[in-house]
Design a protein around this ligand. Sequence first.
Ligand SMILES: Cc1ncc(C[n+]2csc(CCOP(=O)(O)OP(=O)(O)O)c2C)c(N)n1
Length: 580
Amino acid sequence: MKKLMIGNAAIARGAYEAGATVATAYPGTPSTEIVDSFSQYEGVYAEWSPNEKVALEVGAGASIAGARTLVAMKHVGVNVAADPLYSFSYTGVNGGLVLVSADDPGLHSSQNEQDNRGYGRFAKMPVIEPSDSQEALDYTKLAFDLSEQFDTMVMLRITMRLAHSQTMVKTGQKREIPLKDYKKNASKYVMLPGFAKRRHAEVEKSFEQLREYAETTPLNRVEMNDTSMGIITSGVPYQYVKEAFPDASILKLGLVNPLPKQLIKTFADQVDKLVVVEELEPVIEEQVRSWGIEVIGKEQFTLLGEYSSEFLLQQLSGIPMPQGFNLDQEIPARPPLLCAGCPHRGVFHVLRKMRLVVAGDIGCYTLGAIAPLEGMDSCICMGASIGTAMGMEKARGPEFAAKTVAVIGDSTFVHSGITGLIDVVYNGGTSTILILDNDTTAMTGHQDHPGTGVTITKQPTNKLDIEALVRAIGVKNLRVVDPLQINELEKVLKEELARREPSVIICARPCVLLPGTSKPDHKIYVDNELCNGCKSCIRIGCTGVTFLEEEKKAQINGGCIACGLCEQVCKFDAIKRTEV
Ligand SMILES: Cc1ncc(C[n+]2csc(CCOP(=O)(O)OP(=O)(O)O)c2C)c(N)n1
């Protein structure tokens, strides 16, 4: 059957057709739809793991036990999973394991632009890059076969453009792949130094075989054409190359680690000028250069962001990018904002008002960093907030801690905040930590997590009791507040900051966009008689409130969901509620 599919759905389909029966993931743009789609197939097991390290460990266990297994994460998730990754690359697999790394050139929704082909090189792991949804499906299937043939996990590296673009896909039949036998094999799966030494030698041996395989695999193909220019490329940039230079000769690499040295040398000999087109790092270019082959690469292109066919034409042929191509020039900037009624807004309003130092974290609440709330001092990676606040305290002393808070979401707390809290309690920190519990992983599209009590397939399960967990860690001062009750929140914050002990304040209110979230039975309006245009309500940064410059009055617009925050910040009682 043929149908339009985004790359992520095609990968899920490929895994299903390859007979994978287990899939694990932690959500993260642009990878989230992969395991979500996989979970909808019959007869498979899929899970949202608490974080990427656990996802890969569960994947490794399933593979060792004999199942074909898919593990998916965004590029920075691979950093979290790097510890098991580097050991699992030594043990190898039983059932094939494909690890999808969804990279984000252009930082559409990430904190960095790292190029995860580098992991392939360091961990001696084959890396495959599809260029469209059909290849995403086909290469995923092939990746499972390769994984078992070469006894290694295989990385399928995609980028946002492939993950979320739709192209036609011909789907096939599911292959029935029986579970491989499980046999105890400690020298393969127990990474004691003595065993690991031998496994390292095995890895090097099988990587040499992969190098040979790279020379002949259909994953790498030469499209010989005009020989005045030859372009080596892979992944989505292949599409840009085809569009910009339809007459050029192309070496399209589907297997980007290891590279086919001989194939590349032969291709280079046949063309007058050799160019490597790859987004982000010069991974292919540097290897080609190291073999003494002259090549045009990053001196002509950029290490930053995504490419396009127009960009390639400009850089290689001097054809200027079309006028107005830069969309930023045409459309006013529209920075992302917290939704109207978002419970996080109350928190950041109070934090700014109290002029606190805020060690932040990653989630919807990171938007509290931008104007007009501007309530965040740092944000490093998921789970970093609590450790960062602890470091600030240890550097500057408890007085500094008395005006510092850490802010972390519920999904992020479970992902990697728990150990930071353990550190605070264990090493005598006095931090005040706000867990913003909106009962979902909102930022990536409302995925469930252990604290929501629901699985990926919407089955009820044990609901992690965050309060009990915090107490078990040893936090004696635990408060639960409604983050949209700002006076109460401010009072509680003052009390907890005054303590020379760790405190946790759980700001509990469900995400306003969650289905079933109760909506207020009143509406909000501005009493024009009382509004004096002070703009206090505008400074909460809510899309439900507009300021009419001519009239010098605030106005509640259709975006309002009557959360009542603006009503609370108005000192002149000009914002009122009416029964519906
Ligand atoms: C290592 C890593 N994995 C995944 C992501 C993607 N991501 C960013 S924030 C976030 C979780 C947000 O959920 P939560 O902490 O509950 O905050 P909310 O968005 O609900 O406010 C995820 C999955 C990431 N940035 N880094």
